[in-house]
Design a protein around this ligand. Sequence first.
Ligand code: FES
Length: 121
Amino acid sequence: MPDVTFSTPLLHKNVTVYAVAGDTHTILAVAEANKIPIPHDCKDGECGSCLIEVMPLDDKTMGAMLTEKEKAQLKSMGKISNDEIRRAEVDDIPPKYRLACQYVVRDQDILVTFTGEPGGA
Ligand code: FES
Protein backbone atom coordinates (compact mmCIF):
# COMPACT_ATOMS: atom_id res chain seq x y z
CA MET A 1 0.00 0.00 0.00
CA PRO A 2 1.43 3.37 -0.96
CA ASP A 3 1.84 6.23 1.50
CA VAL A 4 0.36 9.51 0.38
CA THR A 5 1.66 12.45 2.42
CA PHE A 6 -0.24 15.71 2.23
CA SER A 7 1.47 19.01 2.98
CA THR A 8 -0.31 22.36 3.05
CA PRO A 9 -0.28 25.51 5.18
CA LEU A 10 -3.87 24.62 6.06
CA LEU A 11 -2.71 21.68 8.21
CA HIS A 12 -0.65 22.03 11.39
CA LYS A 13 1.62 19.22 10.21
CA ASN A 14 1.96 16.88 7.27
CA VAL A 15 -0.56 14.03 7.16
CA THR A 16 0.35 10.62 5.77
CA VAL A 17 -2.38 8.19 4.79
CA TYR A 18 -2.22 4.68 3.39
CA ALA A 19 -3.95 4.46 0.05
CA VAL A 20 -5.07 1.29 -1.67
CA ALA A 21 -3.19 0.87 -4.92
CA GLY A 22 -4.92 -0.72 -7.85
CA ASP A 23 -8.37 0.72 -7.28
CA THR A 24 -9.62 3.84 -8.95
CA HIS A 25 -9.39 6.36 -6.13
CA THR A 26 -8.04 9.71 -7.15
CA ILE A 27 -5.84 11.79 -4.89
CA LEU A 28 -8.84 14.06 -4.41
CA ALA A 29 -10.99 11.11 -3.24
CA VAL A 30 -8.27 9.96 -0.85
CA ALA A 31 -7.96 13.51 0.46
CA GLU A 32 -11.70 13.87 0.99
CA ALA A 33 -11.89 10.52 2.79
CA ASN A 34 -9.23 11.78 5.18
CA LYS A 35 -10.59 15.32 5.56
CA ILE A 36 -7.65 16.88 3.71
CA PRO A 37 -8.98 20.17 2.27
CA ILE A 38 -7.76 20.20 -1.34
CA PRO A 39 -9.76 22.93 -3.10
CA HIS A 40 -11.97 21.58 -5.87
CA ASP A 41 -15.01 22.43 -7.91
CA CYS A 42 -15.80 20.37 -11.02
CA LYS A 43 -14.07 17.07 -10.04
CA ASP A 44 -13.83 16.49 -13.78
CA GLY A 45 -10.50 17.97 -14.87
CA GLU A 46 -12.00 21.17 -16.22
CA CYS A 47 -11.62 23.94 -13.61
CA GLY A 48 -8.03 23.55 -12.38
CA SER A 49 -8.92 24.35 -8.78
CA CYS A 50 -7.51 21.04 -7.50
CA LEU A 51 -3.98 21.77 -8.74
CA ILE A 52 -1.36 19.94 -6.66
CA GLU A 53 2.38 19.43 -6.76
CA VAL A 54 3.43 15.78 -6.60
CA MET A 55 6.85 14.49 -5.64
CA PRO A 56 7.67 10.75 -5.74
CA LEU A 57 9.23 9.55 -2.49
CA ASP A 58 10.64 6.28 -3.78
CA ASP A 59 12.65 5.15 -6.79
CA LYS A 60 9.85 3.36 -8.63
CA THR A 61 9.38 4.37 -12.25
CA MET A 62 5.75 4.87 -13.14
CA GLY A 63 4.08 6.26 -16.23
CA ALA A 64 2.24 9.46 -15.46
CA MET A 65 -1.10 8.40 -16.98
CA LEU A 66 -2.25 11.93 -17.75
CA THR A 67 -5.82 12.17 -18.98
CA GLU A 68 -6.56 14.30 -22.03
CA LYS A 69 -8.58 16.68 -19.83
CA GLU A 70 -5.71 16.96 -17.36
CA LYS A 71 -3.20 17.70 -20.09
CA ALA A 72 -5.44 20.36 -21.62
CA GLN A 73 -6.21 22.02 -18.28
CA LEU A 74 -2.61 22.02 -17.06
CA LYS A 75 -1.47 23.47 -20.39
CA SER A 76 -4.08 26.23 -20.21
CA MET A 77 -2.83 27.07 -16.70
CA GLY A 78 0.78 27.15 -17.89
CA LYS A 79 1.65 24.29 -15.51
CA ILE A 80 2.90 21.78 -18.07
CA SER A 81 4.71 22.03 -21.38
CA ASN A 82 4.49 19.79 -24.42
CA ASP A 83 8.00 18.64 -23.57
CA GLU A 84 6.94 17.64 -20.04
CA ILE A 85 3.97 15.74 -21.48
CA ARG A 86 6.28 13.90 -23.87
CA ARG A 87 8.73 13.06 -21.07
CA ALA A 88 5.86 11.79 -18.93
CA GLU A 89 4.40 9.62 -21.67
CA VAL A 90 7.58 8.41 -23.34
CA ASP A 91 10.22 8.43 -20.59
CA ASP A 92 8.03 7.92 -17.48
CA ILE A 93 9.35 11.15 -15.96
CA PRO A 94 6.46 12.54 -13.92
CA PRO A 95 5.45 16.17 -14.32
CA LYS A 96 5.60 18.44 -11.28
CA TYR A 97 1.98 19.55 -11.35
CA ARG A 98 -1.13 17.40 -11.49
CA LEU A 99 -4.86 17.70 -10.95
CA ALA A 100 -5.97 15.88 -7.79
CA CYS A 101 -9.29 14.88 -9.38
CA GLN A 102 -7.51 13.18 -12.29
CA TYR A 103 -4.51 11.58 -10.61
CA VAL A 104 -5.32 7.98 -9.71
CA VAL A 105 -3.35 6.57 -6.77
CA ARG A 106 -0.66 4.15 -7.86
CA ASP A 107 1.66 1.84 -5.95
CA GLN A 108 4.12 4.62 -5.20
CA ASP A 109 4.82 6.75 -2.13
CA ILE A 110 4.27 10.41 -2.94
CA LEU A 111 4.29 13.84 -1.33
CA VAL A 112 1.33 16.01 -2.34
CA THR A 113 1.59 19.74 -1.65
CA PHE A 114 -0.95 22.49 -2.21
CA THR A 115 -1.43 26.03 -0.96
CA GLY A 116 -5.13 25.85 -0.17
CA GLU A 117 -5.96 28.47 -2.79
CA PRO A 118 -7.96 27.08 -5.75
CA GLY A 119 -5.51 26.39 -8.56
CA GLY A 120 -2.60 27.48 -6.41
CA ALA A 121 -0.34 24.50 -5.90
FE1 FES B 1 -11.88 20.83 -11.29
FE2 FES B 1 -10.09 18.99 -10.46
S1 FES B 1 -11.81 19.79 -9.38
S2 FES B 1 -10.08 20.17 -12.29
